[in-house]
Design a protein around this ligand. Structure first.
Ligand code: GBH
Length: 506
């Protein structure tokens, strides 16, 4: 033991005297790199409440859940939610209790711009986010800000919402106000959260706000607006803010992992196709070297549109200058990931729809813990991280959401503990064994919140919130101690790391 250590020291001295840099000792496989962001995530509509306080305007979610309260499972809405508008200081202390060094939250656009436009700037809304940011920094926690987590100002829905290309202009002006007011203290920005999810608000009447029911048409149409809006905000930051604020701007895309049902070429193709329709539709224009929508998406939507007797594809065209404008507009890749499923080639989904255009059929991977639509398959995240890195090399990845849901009342959340140990270990394997460049992880979610159409029936929080109590008291679930330990040590305990399901069965 002693002798070999002495040899290493001598060898190192020899190397350094010859001018060869000494290789630092390799980091243990269960340990995060220095400077890694570790924290939790939330979204404005899901936690803030105070839906009409201090000059806030109405959002499409306020509007829809007031007009049709039965759309959510328990008729819950966002009027009070977890009351984080009033309890943000307490929520920052919850992050402290988690040993988090980062908090991902979103700005409510209509709280800052009640009409969606700059004709009314609500100073009380700006003050609120300044208070949140300052409270975080005073506690050593880095803010990560999502500009858009689904709560569009209702006034802009009157103009048609995201399928209206003019909304890119409105988003640009909103982002400028955010950079101007918060960019001196915020270094991590996300333009959009999960466009592939909120585009469901344009494909279905009941899935997401605004409930515009134009499947396979409006959900593609809005993709063009979103991509242009994202790109213009990135370029605005580049030209006017980056030199003094020195932050990073990215976008968060959601992706499940699609494991081919068999080892046939057909199923491998089905997996790749679904990833291109779900992730690539948004990622290819921004992160690939060619830009534009993925070829397989363009071809399949065009072919189906022709079959349906349409004069043109339901997928909009990006001009060469638009392709150029969008390409390369990110400093990192934000990824939300919750589950994996099996996939095979076939036909599912209504006609027309994105799913039908993809031509795939999914099924549950049996033999893994499952809650609601979440199957706990850690190696799926490891594979997805490798897929993202291989498909879009050169961009560090930040896992901006990942989490487990329980029914109400579960404080001893063993399912979440199993899930988090597995998924955090999968991230560590991707970094340390597969060489995927990664910069952060924010678990979903800090506190129990309004889970969109599931209302308050599905609990994603690390901390529970008592929704029967007007004070909305917070209580740590058992998972808080587990994650707090990982965040403190910047490592998953070796035994948990070894036991995690990070390698697919062969
Ligand atoms: C993310 O979206 C969101 O960013 C976040 O706001 C949300 O709270 C979190 O994940 C947890 O859902 O029952 O099979 O039809 C994911 C949105 C919406 C995805 C519901 C799964 C149900 C699938 N999720 N959807 S299914």
């Amino acid at each position: 033991m002693r002798r070999s250590l002495a040899l290493v020291v001598v060898a190192a001295l020899v190397c350094s005297t010859q001018g060869v840099p000494v290789k630092p000792p390799a980091r243990a496989a269960n340990r995060f790199p220095d400077g890694f962001h570790l924290g939790a995530a939330t979204a404005a509509f899901q936690i803030e409440g105070a839906w009409n306080e201090d000059g806030k305007g109405e959002s499409i979610w306020d509007h829809m859940l007031h007009a049709q309260p039965n759309l959510t499972k328990d008729s819950g809405n966002g009027d009070v939610a977890a009351d984080s508008y009033h309890k943000y200081k307490e929520d920052v202390q919850l992050l402290v209790g988690l040993n988090a060094n980062c908090y991902r939250f979103s700005l409510s656009w209509p709280r800052i711009l009640p009409t969606g436009d700059t004709n009314v700037i609500n100073q009380a809304g700006i003050d609120y986010y300044n208070n949140v940011i300052n409270e975080l920094l005073a506690n050593g926690i880095e803010p990560m800000v999502t500009l858009y987590h689904w709560d569009l100002p209702q006034e802009l829905q009157k103009l048609g919402g995201w399928p209206n290309i003019e909304l890119a202009d409105y988003f640009l002006e909103y982002a400028r106000i955010a950079f101007e007011n918060f960019g001196d203290r915020v270094q991590l920005w996300l333009t959009f959260n999960e466009p592939n999810m909120f585009c469901n608000g344009y494909s279905s009447a009941t899935d997401f706000a605004p409930g515009a029911n134009a499947s396979g048409i409006a959900d593609y149409m809005m993709a063009k607006t979103i991509l242009l809006a994202h790109a213009r905000v990135y370029r605005l930051y580049d030209q006017h803010f980056r030199f003094k604020q020195r932050g990073k701007v990215g976008i968060t895309l959601d992706g499940a992992w699609y494991e081919p049902l068999t080892n046939s070429k057909e199923d491998a193709d089905a997996s790749e196709r679904q990833l291109q329709f779900e992730v690539g539709l948004w990622a290819n224009p921004i992160f690939s070297s060619q830009g534009n929508f993925p070829k397989v998406v363009r071809q399949r939507v065009a072919a189906n549109s022709k079959k349906e007797g349409r004069a043109r594809s339901r997928l909009p065209t990006l001009s060469p200058s638009e392709i150029h404008l969008i390409k390369g507009t990110a400093d990192f890749f934000g990824l939300n990931h919750y589950f994996s499923s099996f996939i095979t080639s076939g036909s599912s989904g209504q006609e027309p729809s994105k799913l039908h255009d993809a031509g795939v059929v999914t099924s549950t991977i049996p033999g893994y813990p499952t809650a609601y639509w979440i199957t706990d398959v850690p190696w799926g995240l490891r594979k997805l991280l490798n897929w993202v890195h291989d498909t879009y090399p050169g961009y560090p990845i930040f896992v901006t959401e990942n989490g487990w849901a329980d029914p109400p009342g579960v404080l001893n959340d063993t399912g979440r503990i199993h899930y988090l140990r597995g998924y955090v270990s999968a991230i560590l394997r991707a970094i340390n064994e597969d060489g995927v460049p990664m910069i952060g992880y924010t678990s979903w979610s800090l506190i129990d919140n309004l889970e969109w159409m599931d209302g308050y029936t599905m609990k994603f929080g690390l901390y529970s919130v008592d929704y029967d109590d007007p004070e909305r008291p917070r209580t740590p679930k058992a998972s808080v101690a587990v994650l707090a330990d990982i965040y403190k040590n910047k490592a998953v305990p070796w035994k948990d790391f070894e036991n995690a399901n990070t390698t697919p069965p062969s």
